[in-house]
Design a protein around this ligand. Structure first.
Ligand code: NAD
Ligand code: DAU
Length: 355
């Protein structure tokens, strides 16, 4: 069991990051939690209003690719653990701007690795560099089988290739320099505060606004969904108890075809909004498929279950209900994040005329 004095979380103002930061700030009041984030379109300090004045919380605005800034922040706060989530995370955007993904996800990670080496020297006692990665690095599954920790990497989008490169560099720093590292590869997360460019919040937002629900291709692609808080609990366990140099797959055996998931959300929203049965399903529109769209992701979580005793606590029905209630109660948050730049992103991405 490792114990830390200062944990630096990168990307803590993003979707998973804000849940992680909130969890760490509350669970470890004696540990300083430093949230380092560039505040891109996906980062939002509104996500952390409830804990921003906690005595053990600090926010620092910086870009992970900025060598001088990261060096200064590391030397000021001297983190003994770095939990690295900052990334460009949306596959569709990576198809339009691959270079941006390589810069942040790959080059940014190397910069953090270098600065961690510089800060820690040869003293790796109770130190950790934790790379939070994705199951997309494994590529695409057919109708059967699961990704486990021995599945070879086979990334197929600029996003997953940039994350895979970063993972390889983390492993290289472990083997070459002895850096104390750990990597986890998680399946699709969902829950409150997810930016509405991703499938679940996009569909909920569009139902709310009675707008078409874009389903790529024929909607038969499969994703393995995990409630974000369960991912955060896994990250906490891995950070404190995961074996150095190891990788852990995180997922909850929650596979759904996209069309099936969208239909479930339509029905739950109709119930909440008092609509006639089937109202929201009428909004479903099949649109042009994502280029290179991975067919199926599915995680075998046996290792983390067996070695660290992690299992998901929230099933998909509970998780979707919590998520839908949150989005319905947080209209203002949705309004704020979907004004401005989101409108032009949406218009360009889905080929619709801006209103
Ligand atoms: P997100 O897009 O919601 O948040 C990313 C955060 O990183 C934002 O706060 C953004 O401002 C920040 N950021 C981006 N570029 C930065 C830079 N150059 N310097 C500093 N900060 C920067 O992403 P998310 O969904 O919360 O994902 C977090 C991490 O978890 C990512 O590394 C992603 O690959 C991984 N992951 C995500 C999922 C998922 O389903 N969302 C699943 C598995 C793994
Ligand atoms: O598997 C983990 C990954 O999950 C993370 O690494 C990524 O950061 C995260 O964005 C997510 O990637 P996906 O591409 O699977 O998520 P997204 O929500 O974009 O899409 C989920 C599925 O829904 C996918 O098959 C594409 C489809 N889709 C998505 C959108 C936005 C649609 O059919 N219509 C849409 O409008």
């Amino acid at each position: 069991m490792r114990a830390f004095q200062t944990i630096l979380v990168t990307g803590g103002a993003g979707f998973i990051g804000n849940h992680l930061v909130r969890h760490l700030v509350k669970r470890y009041p004696e540990v300083q939690i430093v949230n380092l984030d560039k505040l891109t379109y996906a980062g939002n300090l509104e996500n952390l209003r409830d804990i921003e004045s906690s005595a053990n919380y600090t926010f620092v605005k910086a870009c992970i690719t900025d060598e001088e800034a990261i060096k200064g922040i590391f030397s000021q706060y001297k983190p003994d653990a770095i939990i690295h989530l900052a990334a460009e995370s949306h596959v569709d955007r990576s198809i339009h701007s691959p270079l941006e993904f390589v810069m942040t996800n790959t080059v940014g990670t190397v910069n953090l690795l270098n600065q961690a080496r510089l800060l820690w020297g040869d003293d790796f006692d109770n130190k950790l560099f934790y790379q939070v990665s994705t199951d997309e690095v494994f590529g695409s599954l057919g109708p059967s089988g699961f990704f486990n920790e021995d599945t070879p990497y086979d990334p197929r989008s600029p996003y997953s290739a940039s994350k895979a490169s970063a993972d390889h560099l983390v492993s290289a720093y472990r083997h070459t320099f002895g850096l104390p590292t750990v990597i986890s590869n998680c399946s699709n997360n969902y829950g409150p505060y997810q930016f509405p460019e991703k499938l679940i919040p996009l569909v909920l937002n569009n139902i709310r606004n009675e707008k078409p629900l874009p389903v790529y291709g024929d909607g038969s692609n499969v994703r393995d969904w995990l409630y974000v808080v369960d991912h955060v609990l896994a990250i906490d366990l891995i950070a404190h108890q995961g074996a150095l140099g190891e990788t852990y797959n995180v997922g909850g055996h929650n596979e759904h075809r996209n069309l099936e998931l969208v239909e479930i959300m339509c029905d739950l929203m109709d119930e909440r909004l008092g609509n006639d049965v089937g109202t929201s399903r009428n909004l479903i529109e099949f649109v042009r498929d994502r280029p290179g769209h991975d067919h199926r992701y599915a995680i075998d979580p046996a290792k983390i279950e067996h070695d660290l005793g992690w299992t998901p606590t929230i099933n998909i029905n509970e998780g979707l209900s919590l998520t839908i209630d949150w989005y319905l109660e947080n209209n203002l948050w949705l309004e704020n994040v979907t004004s401005g730049a989101y409108k032009s992103y949406y218009a360009q991405m889905y080929n619709v005329v801006e209103k």
